[in-house]
Design a protein around this ligand. Structure first.
Ligand code: WTA
Length: 571
């Protein structure tokens, strides 16, 4: 195979003797970096925020550098400590205890981050929801988690189906002008009524801290359950992969409704005590460059879909900005096109480092390290402490250059510890001691991993995971739709787009108005990113004899590929 290789640059990378470390590193080696190693008292909120606030040299450093259209604000470590203490007191006053689920459904804002740490300080489990979710998506997640409390805004309240949520005791409204907020708790007035000191609920490393819902190929979204112990790997990858140093100004573009926005938008940077840039609102390429320039960002973590957008906007736009502080770029979420890496070398004079991981893995596993050669198109190599391989369906390792299941030897620090209320689903991830990712890949002779695709029907549109079942379920709620089958269709900009095949109920005629109405129905009921960009009306939807929609067949038809084995197809 003729491929380009981009050598590591000389420089003061945090991780130098990678080969040596891969051979000898043990996760225990990192314990010395945490206060709990001495005190025996654990809480990730303490390690990320309070520890720095107690350090006279760091307490007044800006931790959060926030900007959104119409609002700019910064908070020091000391300020986040106090604000999150206050919020923890509010939660305690309203009967929140260790293990309770408290959800956040709001845009990125300083209040979001203070509330998030306030939740963790009480020992409760935080559940951040992406602000673009509509009613059905919100209902599914709050019902499944049996959330006791929700923090949201007056604008988003209408998407919270309170009558269907018997476990939801209270709602806190952020940014309500109304001093009392009616039946709701007013964030502002509650925060004014409480003390800014709080005795942190010390927990066990294996106690829960976070629930992230994510899509599979069947059923409703699953609650991926993470524990405080994940901090060990957030810290390690913050040092090795993000290459964070104390004076860095770091920007992760992901929303905290997705795992990248928590593991790398919150934990990794603040465990390292760096200044964290948070940008709310929608971005144009111009906004991205302005954010990098204005804040003197040094380390930037983003996604292929955003990078492809910047490539389309052209190199001229880059040159209009002074980006000289930028020294390190990373990408996650979908395959990083080699052309984008080549473009990055020209436009930024920097390498773009791909990283591979999943909601379930809690932190990065296979990456391009700053101190290693990049082979564009490859996701890189496992970080120290991680054993990755390609296995067959029985969990046996297969030789280099053959495609199979990308798998990780189970037991790394940030691995999910459960699928919420679904032990069977959790167990199904593990075969013969391997966590099987659902991605197909191969490994070359030098140990680089090359992503090939998903093995199931999960769709990856602009880096966001969408389960076809969720979209199909919503589609058939529309009065005109009888049956639906949903697939991912390759798209140069978005990776994949969502395409739906439907059959119509008697009495309904295909028209562009009807199709648009159906699209809007999914968009307003579920979320914008789950709405099909293409809808095709058919006479029938192919199903197996047991009634399962044959998405694979739909996809083969769509792509004009051979249809393979159709022996289970219903007559
Ligand atoms: C895909 C995001 C190719 C993959 C942190 C994985 C990638 C799924 C990459 C997880 C990458 C993630 N190259 N594909 N570097 N990173 N993926 O849970 O299919 O939203 O299984 O986690 O995204 O998506 P999730």
């Amino acid at each position: 195979m003729d491929m380009q290789r981009i050598p590591a640059r000389e420089g003061n990378h945090n991780l130098k003797n990678v080969q040596e470390m891969r051979a000898s590193f043990k996760w225990e080696d990192l314990k010395k970096n945490f206060t709990w190693n001495e005190t025996g008292k654990v809480n990730i909120a303490y390690e990320a925020i309070d520890r720095h606030a107690e350090n006279p040299a760091k307490k007044d450093q800006i931790a959060l550098l926030y900007s959104a259209p119409g609002r700019e604000e910064s908070l020091t470590f000391e300020q986040i400590k106090r604000e999150s203490n206050k919020f923890a007191n509010v939660l305690k006053k309203h009967n929140i205890h260790k293990g309770d689920r408290v959800f956040l459904f709001m845009p990125r804002s300083p209040e979001f981050y203070s509330s998030f740490f306030g939740i963790l300080k009480t020992g409760a489990i935080a559940g951040p929801l992406f602000e673009a979710f509509m009613e059905q998506a919100v209902r599914d997640r709050l019902q499944d988690s049996e959330a006791k409390m929700l923090i949201t805004t007056p604008e988003l309240l209408g998407r919270v189906p309170q009558e269907d949520l018997p476990n939801l005791e209270k709602i806190i409204l952020v940014g309500s002008d109304d001093g009392t907020s009616g039946d709701y708790i007013n964030y502002q007035s509650e925060m004014e009524s409480v003390n800014d000191s709080f005795e942190i609920e010390w927990v066990d490393l294996e106690d829960g801290m976070l629930l992230h819902y994510t899509s599979g190929s069947t059923g409703k979204p699953k609650g991926v359950y993470h524990v405080h112990n994940a901090m060990i790997q957030h810290y390690a990858t913050g040092e090795w992969v993000l290459d964070l140093k104390e004076d860095d100004i770091y920007w992760c573009t992901a929303d905290p409704g997705w795992v990248t926005g928590t593991s790398y938008g919150i934990f990794a940077p603040w465990l390292h005590g760096v200044t964290n840039v948070i940008r709310g609102g929608r971005f144009t390429p111009e906004d991205w460059y302005q954010t990098l320039e204005k804040n003197n960002v040094t380390v930037w973590y983003t996604a292929p879909t955003a990078l492809r957008m910047l490539v389309s906007a052209g190199e001229e736009l880059v040159k209009k900005h002074n980006l000289t502080t930028l020294r390190h770029i990373m990408s996650v979420g979908e395959p990083l096109n080699p052309e984008v890496i080549t473009w990055g070398l020209k436009a930024f004079n920097l390498r773009i480092h791909d990283t591979w991981w999943m909601t379930e893995t809690g932190a990065q596993l296979i990456v391009n390290l700053p101190s290693e050669e990049i082979r564009p198109g490859s996701m890189g190599k496992p970080i120290p402490g991680i054993e990755a391989s390609i296995v067959d369906n029985e969990g046996n390792e297969i030789p280099p250059n053959q495609m199979g299941n990308l798998a990780i030897k189970a037991g790394w620090p940030s691995m999910m510890r459960a699928i919420w209320k679904n032990p069977g689903k959790y167990d199904s991830y593990f075969v013969n001691g391997w966590y099987v990712s659902g991605d197909s890949a191969y490994r070359d002779e030098d140990g680089y991993f090359w992503f090939q695709g998903r093995l199931d029907d999960v769709i990856n549109t602009s880096g966001e995971r969408v389960g076809p079942f969720e979209v199909e379920s919503k589609l058939i709620e529309h009065p005109a739709v009888a049956e639906a089958g949903v697939i991912g269709k390759p798209d140069p900009q978005r990776g994949e787009i969502i395409k739906a095949f439907i059959t119509l109920n008697p009495g309904h005629q295909e028209s562009s108005e009807l199709l648009e109405d159906i699209r809007q129905f999914v968009k307003t009921g579920l979320s914008a990113h789950a709405a099909p960009r293409e809808i095709e009306v058919r006479e029938s939807i192919p199903k197996t004899r047991s009634g399962k929609i044959m998405r694979r067949l739909l996809k083969s038809w769509e792509l004009g590929l051979p249809t393979g084995d159709t022996s289970t197809l219903e007559e």
